[in-house]
Design a protein around this ligand. Structure first.
Ligand code: GUN
Length: 280
């Protein structure tokens, strides 16, 4: 049976480290403030946004909440971002995605000052990651690196297969694993012989978006398996992209869903907010 990588515990450790750093900044008279913008009221986004605000409160970061109506124009949103970019008391700016269809998501991402881009989505942040310069890193892949390191998983020289090539997870994940000196393969929906490629992985990171898609037949004996997916099955139970029951019998370590990668995203957002002070 595989070791269970406990994302809930590790995320709490990271949040507590952030809390201590925030307290130390407060003693120097420095407050940290995150502006959180949601356009429309998509229920899933509301849950995420509320969890982010709760994490801020736990850590001692001030959060400014902007709940804009669905009909907000792109220009109105850009004006707000510009105002927040200029405010010295605002350290981080987060626009919850997706934004309504009439707003160009890329234009919004580009408008955020890279020094306040705590999501790590700005092209400058992504470019900095690509060439090994300082900048914010997308929270979910950064959280996966923390999960691996804090579970003493050796990354250097290992074969890592990332399934999925999204801008938020797959691509930055591949760059981070490369930075850690893994040999990285990125698989995606057009990949041929996916099973054979996955079977070569010492570390398999799955962000495929299909419930329980990866079963034991894709996994090498002793591999470390990281499951980024989150789905609700017909019984309203949460599951990931990995069939935990079968894969946990062959893997040496595995993240559960829930309680694996999920809690790490917000913990790393908090870390990015605290780190923002160093960049500003
Ligand atoms: N929507 C889904 N995940 C994220 C995230 O990490 N950040 C933002 N801003 N929106 C999201």
């Amino acid at each position: 049976m595989a070791q269970i990588i406990d994302g809930k515990m590790i995320s709490t450790m990271i949040k507590d480290e952030c809390k201590e750093r925030v307290a130390a900044y407060k003693e120097q008279g420095k407050e940290i403030c995150l502006a959180v913008i949601q356009v429309g009221n998509d229920p899933a986004s509301s849950v995420y946004v509320n969890n982010k605000k709760k994490a801020c409160a736990y850590i001692g970061i001030e959060s400014l909440s902007y709940e804009l109506e669905e009909e907000t124009t792109q220009d109105e949103l850009l004006k707000l971002i510009e105002e927040l970019n200029g405010r010295k008391d605002v350290n981080g700016i987060l626009v919850q995605l997706p934004v309504p269809g009439h707003i160009d998501e890329n234009a919004i991402i580009r408008a955020i000052d890279p020094k306040k881009d705590v999501d790590g989505f700005h092209p400058q942040s992504v470019g900095a990651l690509c060439i090994g310069q300082p900048g914010f890193v997308s929270c979910t892949p950064a959280g996966i690196i923390e999960l691996l390191k804090r579970s003493n998983v050796d990354i250097c020289g290992k074969n890592c297969v990332v399934i999925g090539r999204s801008n938020i997870v797959g691509k930055p994940m591949a760059l981070l694993m490369l930075r850690e000196n893994a040999t990285v393969t990125v698989a995606h929906s057009k990949t041929q012989d996916l099973r054979e490629i996955c079977k070569r992985a010492d570390i398999l990171i799955v962000a495929i978006g299909k419930p329980k898609f990866i079963d034991a037949s894709y996994v090498k004996e002793g591999a470390v398996v990281i499951d980024v997916g989150i789905h609700r099955n017909e019984n309203n139970k949460l599951c990931g992209d990995v069939d935990f029951e079968s894969v946990s019998k062959v893997a040496s370590a595995i993240t559960p869903v829930p309680g694996g990668v999920g809690p790490m995203t917000i913990a790393m957002l908090m870390k990015n907010c605290v780190d923002s002070v160093l960049l500003q």
